[in-house]
Design a protein around this ligand. Structure first.
Ligand SMILES: [Zn+2]
Length: 112
């Protein structure tokens, strides 16, 4: 095996463990307030996307939408990641297995 392959397989193994654990992030739904603040249930200003470096209103709104959708996207990725690998090959390359691996890598990157 290559080093890159081993690193990816280690990440997939860690994500398998993480999928079984409750989420560590603030529970959703997250909502956008005033175009740049992200609120969570019982919590105002979980995040503010307007800052010194991002002042364009449309970019702020796009960033706010992406962040506010994060809990929903994490749940969608978890559902995809739970796909059981095909047993036909040791490292199956079918679409379902590829999507599951991509979902697991994204969840690992997000710490979910
Ligand atoms: Zn497969």
């Amino acid at each position: 095996m290559t080093d890159a392959f081993e690193v990816m397989m280690d990440a997939l193994d860690r994500t398998e463990e993480a999928l079984a654990k409750p989420a560590k992030h603030t529970p959703g739904p997250w909502e956008i307030r005033d175009g740049s603040f992200i609120d969570a249930p019982g919590m105002t200003c979980l995040a503010n996307v307007r800052g010194a470096h991002v002042t364009d209103q449309s970019e702020c709104q796009a960033n706010a939408k992406l962040i506010a959708a994060a809990p929903d996207m994490a749940e969608a990725l978890k559902a995809i990641a739970k796909h059981e690998p095909c047993k036909a090959q040791a490292f199956c390359r079918c679409v379902a297995c590829d999507m599951s691996r991509l979902a697991r890598i994204a969840l690992e990157k997000a710490g979910v």
